[in-house]
Design a protein around this ligand. Structure first.
Ligand code: GYE
Length: 334
């Protein structure tokens, strides 16, 4: 309940209806500057968006999707890149409140510590939409909806694939884990889902787990340390493609063959990751779609029009083996 997986025709129709009602509604409001947060009543919705940063291929694709979808939807977008810092996001959100944007949307870099600023937005009458990542606030009335992936599921799918691959292993299988940014929902949840899945086989052990901050440089650097400290590494689980791609360099430099000496599992399925998978350097990817822009803009129109929206909207995702990556690559959008 409360989950909507795809944009069904009735849903789209409702969105169109919402925008029609919206135009009428705004016109009827006259020049009032209060309530709803709207500063100007030119019929155009203004969205303030605070992005995490530009740390990965996933993030770049997500930013493009949001900017393109805003233009297509006729929504005026104010965009801020927080460079992976919560304090920058809080500052951006406060600016948006001051500017009286119609809707605030953001992808929270970490899960905790948002209650105060979200309360400020609520008091100003500006609806907030969480996109990509969520917050751990107990008060769910602080935001209208959360649009994004099920990160626990992604970790689980990665772990389940490994359990199947190693089901005949007679001895210990040593796994190293490159975690995403500390405190980020996808890092917490992917770790959790993976651990739950591999618990099915006591031979599968995570012998080292550290953050690589979702970046290639971080993945490379931490993998170098892992390789130095651990003579036998059988598997790498990286919380995103970029860290896995960085780790490839460290593995090759250590004289090992990625995808053969070390089985590599990642999450995202951006083009470079899919290429590595098709080339046999990665072995498995659980997909995480960054193309959230169109759904986000539809939601913005709805919440601005005062319509009810589901509290949680999950993106649809799949997984890829090397063969499947070869097939999917030519039509990959990101
Ligand atoms: O997996 C990673 C990015 O929040 C789902 O953030 C997103 C994650 C994505 O840096 O590549």
């Amino acid at each position: 309940m409360g989950k909507m997986r795809t944009q069904s025709a009735p849903w789209r129709a409702a969105a169109v209806l919402a925008s029609v009602l919206l135009v009428g509604g705004v016109a009827a409001c006259g020049n009032s500057d209060t309530g709803g947060g709207g500063a100007k009543d030119d019929g155009k919705i203004t969205m303030g968006f605070s992005q995490v940063g530009a740390e990965s291929g996933w993030r770049t694709a997500n930013t493009i999707s949001i900017k393109e979808a805003a233009t297509a939807a006729g929504i005026e977008l104010k965009f801020d890149d927080a460079q992976q810092k919560q304090e920058n996001q809080i500052k951006a959100i406060r600016n948006y409140i001051q500017q009286k944007v119609d809707v605030i949307a953001f992808s929270p870099v970490v899960e905790s510590g948002w209650d105060t600023v979200l309360k400020e937005a609520k008091d100003a009458g500006i609806p907030v939409i969480l996109t990509d990542r969520s917050v751990d606030s107990a008060d769910k009335s602080l935001y209208k909806t959360f649009l994004g992936s099920d990160f626990v599921k992604e970790g689980k799918l990665a772990g389940e694939w490994l359990v199947e691959q190693k089901k005949t292993a007679s001895g210990p299988v040593n796994i190293v884990e490159l975690q995403g940014s500390t405190g980020a929902a996808p890092a917490n949840d992917r770790k959790k889902g993976f651990a739950e899945a591999i618990a099915a086989n006591p031979n599968l052990k995570v012998i080292a787990s550290q953050t690589g901050d979702f970046t290639r440089a971080g993945g490379k650097q931490v993998m170098e340390q892992f390789l130095k400290a651990n003579p036998k590494i059988d598997v790498l689980f990286a919380h995103n493609d970029d860290m896995g791609l960085g780790a490839l360099e460290a593995i090759t430099a250590a004289g090992k063959t990625p995808g053969k000496d070390i089985t590599i599992i990642t999450i995202d399925a951006v083009k470079d990751g899919m290429q590595a998978l098709a080339d046999g350097k990665f072995n498995f990817i659980a997909e995480c779609s960054p193309l959230l822009g169109p759904q986000l803009m539809d939601l913005a129109k709805k919440v601005h029009a005062g319509q009810e929206v589901p509290a949680r909207i999950e993106t649809e995702e799949t997984t890829f083996t090397s063969e499947q990556a070869k097939e999917a690559l030519p039509n990959r959008k990101y």
